[in-house]
Design a protein around this ligand. Structure first.
Ligand code: C2E
Ligand code: MG
Ligand code: MG
Length: 664
């Protein structure tokens, strides 16, 4: 088998996102929030230029003789700076160049003003006015948000310009000393504050970045948790929780917008056997392989798949046209079949892994409920399994076995024992050589509250599906022991037992309790097992059969030839008797049919158990059984099923002569 694993959700909850290196951090910092910084610088430059031009008024007041030049200089620098800035903005040159332009504007704003101002005759006024130069320095270091290096370069150029201008303007030594000291300390102080501000900004940026990373880690963790809680750990498909949510959403959409949907249940045939034989690891791989293949096949058709239980998947699709649903269901089945995964243990004539598929879809009906559609898909799946598996079934509301009638029968079965709605009839079995009829088969009957009869072919499968067969089965054993065996009205009785009962833990113990309670020996009972729906031969079943044999109970194989597993069962279990299905006897009127019956008889005889042929309706058929040396016969010709009272009446007349038991 091809090995493959699903992409299941794996998340390392201790995983930390990688932090950027110092170089990357610097880059990130430089580019951090560039749009906001561009906008702030632009606003700053416009304000600075306007204020700068407005200072023309102080020029007129303090240095009126050169004011015309200084005002011209102010206007020129202001207009050029704004024009260059706006052009750069338009060309999207980035904050780095915009900052440089702003720094250049500050330097030239100071220089272009101071040199014409130095020519004034109002030297005293100018000596005071010179103090305003410090504002340019403050602008470079504090008003704009330049990087430290740019701030220091521009403010030191302003300082140098001032110092240079002192050579042209030297009122007194004291003045030169005091103003130089003031300018230098202003430079040192504002540069220091700028350095602190930049550091602060960087730390704020680092904290914000760390917070962002932690937030991302938390979000990733949250998303992974959500994904995990909705994902099946093995196959990586949606799990039941997610499927239920999807179902609720589809249901709501159907109720509100009328958009219908289909629910398709997919069950892997004989998966337990696969697991037992190939091992759990291989079983897991098989499930993963099937899951991924179905997913790939159905997604283009508009379906989604989830894991619904152990080996059960569910496909949902938002359409409810019968043909489309049938097409999708068949695609699922054939896709798995085409995988040709070997499954040699199933012994039903197929040796690859297959699936049974049951589908249901939304339709107008009264009292519609979400659970009902799944229930219907489940019933369709049950139908697919009952039809031999590896097939698809669509839920058919008109089929009595899957319709509301079956709901009614299920409800009826629950009250059947208490309300005396079940009863037993007993059909005689004839030992061919002695012609004695002292064994019977117990057959269950069910009637409704208004007295009409429901055939076993209808209610037995429903009892098996709902699990009611467990309780009914116990009732049959107890009633047969009590009604016929305890008082020796018949010597032995055979009872039909469903494989579901055999799988039930404690079944053999409950039989032992009934035998003890009724005082009947186990050797007077035979259990008939039909290869029915649950024909997988679990080890629990084999163990239970052994326990029953220890109680002395004989095990018969019923309806031989009608199912798939008869032959392999014959190999696995040491049956005391095999009952050949009546269809073989009824078909024996043709030479071919007769040869077939003879072959079957030969085959069973080779294995050792006694043989009973069912459905003997004519003397001719009985003669044929004699010809074939059959051990026992049963059928309407031998005796119709009748009530316990008939047998009691018969023995009361015939007593005390007790007849021998059939040896099988
Ligand atoms: P089965 O065990 O093979 O029982 C024989 C069936 O063949 C009975 O049908 C019987 O009435 C019918 N039959 C007997 N002789 C003739 C004949 O000569 N010709 C024809 N055409 N039919 C004949 P019934 O009673 O309808 O039971 C049907 C099936 O229901 C049984 O088949 C058995 O598998 C199941 N069943 C009946 N009672 C029980 C029960 O208590 N427990 C379980 N688990 N299954 C039961
Ligand atoms: Mg039977
Ligand atoms: Mg039978």
């Amino acid at each position: 088998m091809k090995r493959m694993f699903a992409n299941t959700v794996e998340f390392d909850f201790d995983r930390k996102l990688q932090r950027p290196s110092p170089a990357e951090l610097r880059d990130l910092y430089r580019n951090d929030d560039e749009a906001a910084r561009v906008e702030a610088t632009r606003r700053g430059l416009w304000i600075a230029v306007i204020v700068y031009v407005l200072y023309s008024a102080t020029d007129l007041l303090l240095i009126p003789d050169v004011a015309a030049y200084t005002i011209m200089a102010r206007l020129t620098v202001g207009i050029v700076a704004l024009a260059v800035f706006e052009t750069q903005l338009h060309l999207d040159t980035g904050i780095k160049w915009l900052d440089r332009t702003s720094a250049m504007a500050l330097i030239s704003g100071y220089a272009v003003w101071i040199f014409p101002a130095l020519r004034t005759v109002h030297t005293e006024s100018l000596s005071y006015y010179m103090i305003f130069g410090a504002i340019f320095m403050m602008g470079a270091n504090l008003f704009f948000s330049f990087r430290f290096v740019l701030s220091v370069i521009s403010s030191s150029v302003i300082l140098a310009t001032f110092l240079l201008s002192l050579f042209a303007f030297w009122p007194t030594d004291i003045y030169a000393l005091a103003f130089s000291a003031f300018y230098v300390s202003c430079f040192v102080f504002t540069s220091y504050v700028n350095w602190k501000l930049n550091r602060e900004r960087y730390h704020v940026f680092l904290n914000a970045l760390e917070a962002q990373i932690q937030q991302r880690e938390a979000t990733e963790r949250g998303e992974a948790l959500l994904r995990m809680s909705n994902t099946d750990y093995l196959t990586g498909l949606e799990n039941r929780r997610a499927v239920d949510q999807r179902l609720r959403n589809y249901w709501k959409e159907w109720q509100v917008n009328g958009r219908g949907f289909a629910a398709i249940l997919v069950d892997v045939d004989f998966f337990k056997k696969y697991n037992d034989f190939y091992g759990h690891q291989e079983g897991d791989r098989c499930l993963i392989h099937i899951a991924t293949t179905i997913k790939e096949a159905i997604e283009p058709l508009g379906g989604s798949i989830g894991r619904y239980g152990g080996e059960e998947f569910i496909v949902l699709a938002q359409f409810d046209m019968k043909e489309r649903v049938a097409f999708l269901a068949e695609r699922i089945r054939s896709t798995v079949e085409q995988l040709s995964l070997l499954h040699e243990e199933r012994r039903d004539g197929t040796s690859i892994v297959t699936v049974s598929v049951g589908a249901a879809f939304t339709r107008e009906q009264s009292g519609a409920k979400l659970e009902k559609i799944i229930h219907e898909a489940d019933r369709a799946l049950y139908g697919a399994k009952a039809s031999g598996r590896n097939c698809t079934r669509l839920f058919d509301p008109n089929d009595p076995n899957s319709s509301d009638e079956s709901e009614n029968i299920a409800a009826l079965l629950k009250i059947a024992i208490n309300q005396n709605l079940v009863s037993l009839v007993y059909q005689p079995i004839e030992e061919m050589t002695s012609k004695r009829r002292d064994a019977v088969e117990a057959l269950m009957r069910l009637r409704t509250l208004d007295g009409s009869v429901i055939p076993p072919s209808l209610f037995i499968p429903i009892a098996e599906r709902t699990g009611m067969i467990i309780e009914l089965g116990r009732w049959v054993i107890r009633t047969t022991c009590h009604d016929l065996l305890a008082d020796n009205h018949v010597q032995s009785a055979s009872i039909n037992v469903s494989p579901i009962q055999l799988k039930m833990p404690g079944f053999a113990a409950s039989v032992a309790a009934i035998l003890y309670e009724t005082g009947v020996s186990g050797s007077r009972l035979a259990f008939e097992i039909t290869e029915g729906l649950e024909m997988e031969m679990h080890s629990d079943v084999l163990r239970c059969i052994n326990d029953l044999k220890t109680l002395g109970i004989r095990i018969w194989l019923d309806d031989f030839g009608t199912g798939f597993a008869g032959l392999s069962w014959l190999r696995l279990i040491d049956f005391d008797m095999v009952k050949i299905d009546r269809s073989f006897l009824h078909g024996s009127s043709t030479p071919r049919g007769k040869a077939m019956l003879q072959d079957i008889v030969g085959l069973i005889r080779n294995r050792g158990p006694k043989i009973l042929v069912e459905g003997v309706e004519t003397e001719k058929q009985l003669a044929l059984l004699r010809e074939f040396n059959i051990d026992y016969a049963q059928g309407y010709h031998v005796g119709r099923p009748s009530s316990a009272q008939t047998y009691r009446d018969a023995t009361n007349i015939a007593r005390p002569s007790a007849a021998p038991t059939p040896s099988a």
